[in-house]
Design a protein around this ligand. Structure first.
Ligand SMILES: Nc1nc2c(ncn2[C@@H]2O[C@H](COP(=O)(O)OP(=O)(O)OP(=O)(O)O)[C@@H](O)[C@H]2O)c(=O)[nH]1
Length: 295
């Protein structure tokens, strides 16, 4: 009260409200791929102008949260990757995931709210069937009555992770990916092949592994990344790219639905108005017959 009166007396302007944005989750441009020459997705430096234009229109898209499913062998570092991004923390002691872990991360992309639902599945063989039930799409129902099925309504994202210091985990990641894809036949998912624990490799080993992973990613039609949850190397960049591509896909999908609905309406409208106008104006044939009119 006192400070308010003082401000009025001194004719001081009210201080502007400052909104602090988290640069980690606040995106205004399309982040680049890990390798700009090797990606099946956008190589542009920014979101498409058409996408920006669509987002300016008064009919704003309603975007559902996007499902991101992490698969890969046990102890490759799936949980560590998610925890580094969501909480900026790293634990060196291994605690196996039991079934599936869940994290939600909210982004603001081009001024629109967009959430990632991250499903971190267990890599241990004994949990494989449980993980499978989690990445079924909308057309499939869980055969396990006690496991809630995630109904994937927008294109899901699959992150197949492997340990860069264990060559065999790359082969396993391919198998994990193909089994995840078997469950997701309705919508084409975005696919990422992510090499973890980059900090454990020498420069030569790192480059050799990246060459092998690059070939595997091309074969799988996936975008490849090398990260380290321990050092934080490329973790933020990876999640930002994932969120931006998922956002772009979700907006495009929404637009397709809107366009299809609009097309349906325009093909139906003339027929409806024609019937309506004629009947109202002239009256129906049976009405005329009932009224005894001969013409
Ligand atoms: N040096 C190093 N170790 C890592 C890195 N990421 C994870 N680890 C370690 O690897 C072990 C396994 O990590 P998790 O994230 O639990 O592996 P996971 O893939 O989730 O394993 P499951 O839950 O069994 O599927 C842990 O001891 C981590 O500390 C990394 O980037 N660098």
């Amino acid at each position: 009260m006192m400070s308010h009166t003082l401000r009025q007396n001194l004719l001081l302007p009210t201080p502007p409200t400052v909104t602090l944005h988290d640069p980690r989750t606040h995106l205004r441009h399309l982040p680049p791929a890990y390798s700009t020459t090797q990606t099946p997705y956008s190589r542009e430096k920014d979101f498409a102008p058409q996408l920006r234009y669509q987002l300016e229109l008064p009919r704003k898209p309603k975007l559902r949260p996007c499902k991101v499913i992490f698969v890969g062998d046990c102890a490759v570092g799936k949980t560590a990757m998610v925890n580094r991004f969501c909480y900026d923390k790293f634990q060196s002691n291994y605690k196996a995931t039991i079934g599936v872990d869940f994290e939600l991360e909210n982004f603001s992309i081009l001024g629109h709210n967009f959430s990632l639902e991250m499903w971190d599945t267990a890599g241990q063989e004994r949990f494989k069937c449980i993980a499978g039930a989690y990445y079924r799409n909308a057309s499939g129902r869980s055969s396990y009555a006690y496991i809630p099925t995630i109904y994937i309504t927008s294109s899901p994202v699959i992150v197949a992770a492997y340990d860069m210091s264990k060559r065999e985990s790359l082969e396993a990641a391919k198998k994990w990916l193909s089994s995840a894809l078997n469950y997701n036949t309705a919508q084409k998912p975005l696919i990422f092949l992510v090499g973890t624990k980059a900090d454990l490799l020498t420069k030569e080993e790192f480059m050799r592994m990246e060459r092998i992973a690059g070939l595997a990613a091309a074969e799988l039609r996936a975008e490849f990344w090398s990260v380290s949850a321990r050092s934080g190397y490329k973790i933020t960049e990876f999640f930002q790219r994932l969120a931006a591509l998922a956002f772009e896909a979700a907006v495009q999908q929404q637009l397709k639905t809107l366009q299809a609905t609009a097309k349906e309406q325009t093909t139906q409208t003339p027929e409806k108005s024609h019937k309506f106008d004629l009947r109202n104006f002239f009256g129906s044939r049976s009405d005329k017959q009932k009224s005894g009119c001969a013409c």
